[in-house]
Design a protein. Structure first.
Length: 277
């Protein structure tokens, strides 16, 4: 029997092409991988749940380096993590910089966030899903310390009812589903459900996955008693974000999918709380 040739296992005998010098004197701001999916266990204020996350990971490449080590990105997220949250994402990007021999880098994680909600009257339970993105940007300073800026975005579907339609109609008012998008620079102790709660409380009414007839009556009447223009939605959310010590800066938008028009109503505003008094 022929002996097994194990030379392929000795990676130190293979050339490390990525570490070669590059003579074009052009640094690359971001180089990495995107679209890699992993099953993750997310930690939330209402307990943990399983979901699938899509990662984008990159580092800044110095002008004299030919390439980065792409496999190391994958090796990093293949590590076992008991549960993921904002602090875990921040920790991962800190770990990534020395692993990739980089001074600057980012990790973005997109996933579907699930919340088990209880219907307002019947108390039946059902899942609601929200599209959530974490972004952690890390930079190593001259003192070798790694600073991390952490961002969180949540897309929250809600219900809105037009105040003008209510005012001018003898009965009824047009209402529709709206998508609120909050993108915030946050502290590590904030999670997606904090943003979801702020958006839902600002709406004419929140949504549920499953409603019985008494619940539908409640939702319809609550929205009628709480009409909101698209402008009201973003302003009310901005006020709530201003009062949160977990939010450093934010952008908030709302798109109302108008039920009586073939177009949407839209509003957007942004604020950096560090630059206001």
């Amino acid at each position: 029997m022929n002996d097994l040739n194990t030379s392929f296992l000795k990676t130190n005998t293979l050339p490390d092409v990525q570490s070669n010098q590059d003579g074009r004197a052009l640094p690359i701001e971001r180089v990495g991988i995107r679209g890699i999916k992993q099953p993750v266990l997310m930690r939330s204020s209402n307990g943990s749940f399983s979901t699938v996350a899509s990662f984008e990971m990159d580092v800044a490449l110095p002008a004299d380096k030919k390439g980065t080590h792409m496999s190391r990105f994958v090796a990093l997220i293949e590590q076992e993590h008991t549960e993921m949250d904002s602090a875990t994402v921040a920790s991962l990007v800190k770990e990534m910089l020395p692993l990739l021999e980089a001074k600057q880098g980012r990790i973005q994680m997109r996933y579907t966030h699930f919340v088990k909600k209880i219907a307002p009257v019947s108390a039946v339970q059902s899942w609601m899903d929200y599209q959530v993105t974490y972004l952690a940007e890390a930079k190593q300073g001259i003192d070798e310390q790694i600073e991390v800026d952490l961002y969180l975005q949540a897309v929250v579907p809600v219900m809105s009812l037009c105040p003008c339609s209510k005012k001018i109609s003898e009965y009824g008012a047009h209402n529709q589903r709206s998508h609120i998008v909050i993108a915030a620079e946050i502290t590590e102790n904030m999670d997606a459900e904090d943003l979801i709660k702020i958006a839902e409380q600002a709406a004419s009414c929140e949504l549920w996955g499953l409603l019985k007839r008494p619940d539908e009556k409640y939702v319809t009447e609550k929205a009628y008693d709480n009409p909101k223009f698209v402008e009201d939605l973003v302003r009310d959310i901005a006020v709530a974000l201003d009062h949160s010590d977990k939010v450093v800066a934010y952008e908030v938008s709302s798109e109302n999918f108008e039920s009586i028009h073939n177009h949407s109503a839209y509003a957007w505003l942004a604020k950096d709380k560090r630059h206001t008094h």
